[in-house]
Design a protein around this ligand. Sequence first.
Ligand SMILES: Nc1ncnc2c1ncn2[C@@H]1O[C@H](COP(=O)(O)OP(=O)(O)OP(=O)(O)O)[C@@H](O)[C@H]1O
Length: 250
Amino acid sequence: MTKINVSNLDLWYSDFQALKDLDLNIQENEITALIGPSGCGKSTFLKSLNRMNDLIPGCRIEGEILLDGQDIYANDYDVNLLRKRVGMVFQHPNPFPMSIYDNIAYGPRTHGVKDKKTLDEIVERSLKGAAIWDEVKDQLNKNALRISGGQQQRICIARALAVEPEVLLMDEPTSALDPVSTAKIEDLVQDLKGEYTIIMVTHNMQQAARVSDKTVFFLAGEIIEFGNTTEIFSNPKDKRTEDYVSGRFG
Ligand SMILES: Nc1ncnc2c1ncn2[C@@H]1O[C@H](COP(=O)(O)OP(=O)(O)OP(=O)(O)O)[C@@H](O)[C@H]1O
């Protein structure tokens, strides 16, 4: 089923057009990888899905993005609710400088959850969901900055899960991590797709091929090709896609 429907999407940073007439359907409970050379608009597109670009002065958007059929750029659309439904994990792990527990409880508290038992349950469920509960369950009061980078990234994923999102946006979530932590995150992402719709920017072609169901290839703000990951990697229709996935440019 279609979760997100993008049509005729254009985005400008002042007079520079960063996204050009994008059309795309993102399916529920699938992993969609966004690939393409540096500066082609992957992060810009990702951020347009939870209106993070609203915060950038001079950024202007035209076209339509529907989440479950509702226009997220409509005047009366609740942006706070949107960011709860569409969570985000960034390239560099960015836990808040507070305990592991407080990192996870932060979002639910912001949304009004005060009861200690409920928060305890959310923290445990989110840490389990991010496959890090066993590693940190005895040190929930430890400062989240004093654990490894790979653990910090899973704390950030747990923090995103704590508000029960439907969609998870991931901007190069493993680029700052070692191979062992990267493998853990890749396994985790595959486990999560049963419950969430995941859209992930990656520069790592093997990673896109390993974990995603669908792949979108961007070039200079345009979508050049979109389809099943196996097709994009084994039988691309466009020569530019073929050159990129085979490492001939970018
Ligand atoms: N805040 C901004 N103001 C002006 N231009 C911007 C801004 N953010 C991005 N751009 C420009 O928009 C284009 C797309 O940038 P974007 O970060 O989306 O690319 P990307 O494909 O994610 O790149 P990378 O792979 O290097 O992260 C680039 O030309 C970039 O310079």
